[in-house]
Design a binder for this molecule. Structure first.
Ligand code: PGA
Length: 245
C-alpha cells in the first residue's frame, strides 16, 4: 500500500501579509517534489491572500466551527474557509484542546462539517507528558481516535496527525521506536473503525520536526508525513523538511 507523503505546515497565530513571501519558496520546493503533497495552514485572515499568491500550494485553515452558520461570535465555519480559498483544515489540535477545552467529540463534529463542505481534514491526537509517564499514551490515542474519526472517513479526505503534546514546540521528540509504536496502534484502531479504508489514511507525526530530524522521522514505519509548526514559518526552515520527505 503506497501512501503519498504529506508535509503540512501549521503557522498557528503567526504570519502577516508581509511574511506571505515565505510561501513563494515553499511553493517552489513543492513543485520540485511532484511525488509528495505539501500544504500550509495559515491564520483565517491570510487564507485568501495566501491562496491567491500561491495557487499551486494547498492552503488551509487551523480550525473550523462545527455549525454551518449562526450565533457564534468570533467563530468561522467550514463553508466560510472553503469560500476563502482553503482546501483543508486542521481539527482537534492540542492547543485548541488545551486553550479552548475542545474534546474529541468536538473534533468529530468539526471533521464531519469540514468534509461536508469539501475540505480535507488533518485530525490531531496525542497524549500529554503525564499520560505518557503513566504508561497511558497508547490508550489515550486510541480513545481520541475512536471518538473523533467520522464513520465515513476515507484516505481521500482524512489525514491523522499524531502529535504528543509534550513534543510540540519543545525541541523534544519521542524515540523513533515510540513514534512507530503509536502509529501502528493508530492504524490498527483506524482499521477497527473504518475497515479497509484505513490502509489509505495518512498518519503524520508532529512535534518539533526540523530539517535535522525530518529524514529519520519520515523514514520511520507507518509515518506518512509531518505536521510542522515552528519550522514551517520560513522557507529556509521548511524547505529542508520537504526535501527530506
Ligand atoms: P512544532 O508544532 O513543530 O512547533 O512543535 C507542531 C504542531 O503543533 O503542529
Amino acid at each position: 500500500m503506497t501512501r503519498r507523503k504529506l508535509i503540512a505546515g501549521n503557522w498557528k497565530m503567526n504570519g502577516s501579509l508581509a511574511t506571505l513571501a515565505e510561501l513563494d519558496g515553499i511553493a517552489a520546493a513543492a513543485k520540485a517534489r511532484p511525488d509528495i503533497d505539501v500544504a500550509v495552514a495559515v491564520p483565517f485572515t491570510l487564507i485568501t491572500p495566501a491562496a491567491t499568491r500561491v495557487p499551486s500550494l494547498s492552503i488551509g485553515a487551523q480550525d473550523v466551527h462545527a455549525a454551518d452558520s449562526g450565533a457564534h461570535t468570533g467563530c468561522v465555519s467550514a463553508a466560510m474557509v472553503r469560500e476563502a480559498g482553503a482546501r483543508f483544515t486542521i481539527v482537534g489540535h492540542s492547543e485548541r484542546r488545551a486553550d479552548q477545552h475542545e474534546t474529541s467529540q468536538d473534533a468529530w463534529a468539526k471533521a464531519t462539517a469540514a468534509h461536508r463542505h469539501g475540505l480535507n481534514v488533518i485530525l490531531c491526537c496525542g497524549e500529554t507528558e503525564a499520560e505518557r509517564d503513566a504508561g497511558r499514551a497508547e490508550r489515550v490515542v486510541q480513545a481520541q481516535i475512536e471518538k473523533s474519526v467520522p464513520e465515513n472517513a476515507t484516505g481521500d479526505w482524512l489525514t491523522l496527525a499524531y502529535e504528543p503534546r509534550w513534543a510540540i514546540g519543545t525541541g523534544r521528540t519521542p524515540t523513533l521506536d515510540d513514534i512507530a509504536a503509536i502509529h501502528a496502534i493508530a492504524r490498527a484502531k483506524l482499521r477497527a473503525l473504518i475497515g479497509d479504508a484505513a490502509a489509505q489514511v495518512r498518519i503524520l507525526y508532529g512535534g518539533s520536526v526540523t530539517g535535522d530530524n525530518a529524514a529519520a522521522i519520515l523514514s520511520t514505519a507507518d509515518v506518512d508525513g509531518a505536521l510542522v509548526g515552528g519550522a514551517s514559518l520560513t522557507a529556509a526552515k521548511f524547505v529542508p523538511i520537504i526535501e527530506a520527505a
